[in-house]
Each structure stands twice: as C-alpha cells, then as structure tokens.
Design a protein around this ligand. Structure first.
Ligand code: HMG
Ligand code: MG
Length: 298
C-alpha cells in the first residue's frame, strides 16, 4: 500500500550546493531557500557547520543561516562534531544531522576518522542536541555500495543504523551516496532493518541518481511504508568526498511521480520548477532534472 502523504526532505541547498565548483553568493543561497519554502517545501536542509576547508562551498554558514532562520519551515543543518553543534546552536538551529558511513573507507575520506571513532564523536553530539530539545537526524552513507569497497554487506548498514538509533537519533536517512542501488536491494535492506528492530517510521531514503534508479528505488521504499524522501531541487548535488556521486533525485521528478500516484506533498510544482530554472541560470548550466526541462519554457 502506498502512503497518502510524503514528507520531502529538501537537500538542494546543502547536498546540491556543497558540490558546486563555483562559489554561490550567500544572498543567492538565501533566495533559493526562501523560494523553496514558498514552493511548499517544509523541511529544507540549509547548510553544514563542517570545517570550512573541507567544504569551502558552505563556509558561509554563519552568514547564511540567520538570513533564513525566520522562515516558517524546518531548517536542518549538518554537524560533524561538537564544534559543529556549538556553531549551529549558537545561531538557534533546532534541527541537526550527524552523518555516519556504513563503510570504513568513506568514514575516513569524509570525516577523517574510523567508523567507530566517528560514532564515538557523534554520541555526545546527539546527547547534547537532544538535551537541548533539538531534533536529530542520522545519515548513513554508502548503504548500497562504496566506490572503494564495492558491495556493502547489509549487516554493516544495520550495525550503524542501530548505533545511531541507540544514541537517540530521531530519524535515519539511508544514503545511496553513489547511486548504485536497485529496488530489490532497497527492499532487502528495509526488511532486514525491520527484523533487527529499526522500524520503518524512523527511516528516510536518500537516493542519488547516478544510474537513473532513484525514482524506482523510491517507489520500492514507498511500497514498504517509507514516508520521508530526500531530494534536491533541480537534481543538484553530489558529494565532494565520494567520486562517482552525481546529483540527488530531483525534487521535481519526485513530485511528478508522487502527485501522479495521488500522494500529497504540499508542493506547488510550478513554483518549484521556476525556482530550479532560476537556480540553473545562477549556476550557468541547465538542470539535469527531466521534469524541470519538460516544464520550463526555455
Ligand atoms: P579533522 O581535520 O580531523 O578535524 O576533520 P579535527 O577534529 O582534527 O580538528 C582540526 C581543526 O578543525 C581544529 O581547529 C578544529 O577546531 C577545527 P584548530 O584547533 O586546529 O584550530 N574544526 C572545525 N571548525 C569548524 N567547524 C567544525 C570543525 N571541526 C573541527 N565543525 C572534520 C574532521 C569532521 C571536521 C572534517 O572531516 C569535516 O569537516 N568533514 C565534513 C565533510 C562533509 O561535509 N562532507 C559532505 C557531507 S556528507 C554527504 O554529503 C553525504 C550525505 O548527503 C548522505 C549521502 O549521500 O550518503 C549526507
Ligand atoms: Mg547525499
């Protein structure tokens, strides 16, 4: 059975823009986020409080966040450690996300830590955030394949998911960082997680569209009962620390499918397409989203 409503966790301003070669002006990012909110998105990941040398594209987080903080939407931000949480809390962030990996290689590449070291870093971060009444999302990257290690055993993913849940993460997002998943694999992982005590209602899915499977994978997840889906407006995105990662599932492509299925999202597709077409102009190249291209008159 498909759900009646899906909550879209919009990641374009973070996952999308963290991968742009050119620096996007802070004012353009703020305008992007305002327009996404105006299009009806209610959860808009705004930026990351990571080391500025690691992700220079988001080094303006302190300038950006206050410009959008008053919007009537949830604005989660990524925090890799206590220093990141300090920065986020100082600006009044009410939602944060830690980001773990199912593999050692990516933990090292992305966080400069072993997998267990990174979990040890997150533990007090999650505890402190929860004590402050801040909602915490836990990302798990490389759930379906890793560019260095290849296939990722399901039990490795389960272990990291359980560790993040035990710490107190309210929600998990299963990341297909390099976009290699296929629907059967998605269903296998979701079923195993349920068997191992991780219920579907705390799970979101985060697909990158490298192999064109993101929508098919999303459909499989919806049939399993997942109701939180990550997507990026215009299909922006990738990850600077994972070679062969391309953009996320485009929010417009997702909305087209969901509305076609009669599933409510609260999103005004016309306004969203106009926003992504505007952003594509700012970036100087067309959106990779099929729906944006079909519906924008250029
Ligand atoms: P490190 O070099 O090991 O840092 O990097 P450290 O802990 O050794 O600290 C070194 C210095 O950095 C210290 O300063 C810290 O204060 C400072 P010093 O004492 O030398 O003057 N520092 C910071 N400064 C500002 N903000 C901070 C911070 N932390 C330390 N938060 C670190 C470790 C985690 C910092 C680094 O590896 C990092 O920033 N990584 C972030 C990488 C990233 O953002 N990747 C993209 C997001 S993940 C993703 O895209 C996947 C996802 O979309 C899901 C999917 O698709 O799978 C979520
Ligand atoms: Mg991602």
């Amino acid at each position: 059975d498909l759900p009646d409503r899906v909550r879209i966790h919009e990641v374009g301003a973070r996952d999308g823009l963290q991968n742009e070669k050119s620096a996007v002006p802070t004012e353009v990012k703020a305008e992007f986020i305002r327009r996404l909110a105006d299009a009806g998105l209610t959860t808009i990941e705004a930026t990351s409080f990571v080391h500025p040398a690691w992700v220079p594209q988001l080094a303006d987080a302190e300038d950006l966040f206050p410009q959008v903080a008053d919007l009537p939407v949830a604005l989660p931000v990524l925090v890799p450690n206590q220093r990141g949480l300090d920065r986020a809390l100082a600006l009044g962030a009410r939602r944060v996300a830690v980001f773990a990996s199912a593999t050692e290689s990516f933990a090292k590449a992305n966080l400069n830590r072993t997998l267990d070291e990174s979990l040890a870093v997150f533990e007090p971060v999650v505890r402190r955030a929860k004590d402050e009444g801040v909602q915490v999302r836990g990302y798990v990257s490389m759930c379906f394949g890793d560019p260095w290690e290849g296939a990722v055993p399901l039990h490795q993913v389960v272990r990291v998911c359980r560790a993040l849940r035990d710490m107190g993460c309210d929600e998990l997002s299963l990341g297909d960082t390099i976009g290699v998943a296929t629907p059967g694999h998605v269903l296998e992982l979701l079923s195993l997680l349920n068997e191992e005590g991780v219920p579907t209602n705390v799970l979101g899915v985060h697909f990158h569209d490298t192999y064109g499977q993101a929508l098919a994978n999303t459909y499989a997840a919806l049939e399993h009962g997942v109701t939180t889906v990550d997507a990026s407006a215009g299909g922006l995105g990738g990850c600077p620390y994972a070679k062969s990662a391309t953009g996320n599932l485009a929010t417009e492509d997702l909305v087209w499918m969901l509305h076609g299925l009669g599933i409510d999202t609260g999103v005004d597709l016309g306004r969203l397409v106009a926003t992504s077409a505007w952003m594509a102009d700012q970036l100087g190249r067309p959106s990779p989203s099929r729906t944006v291209r079909a519906l924008s008159h250029k």
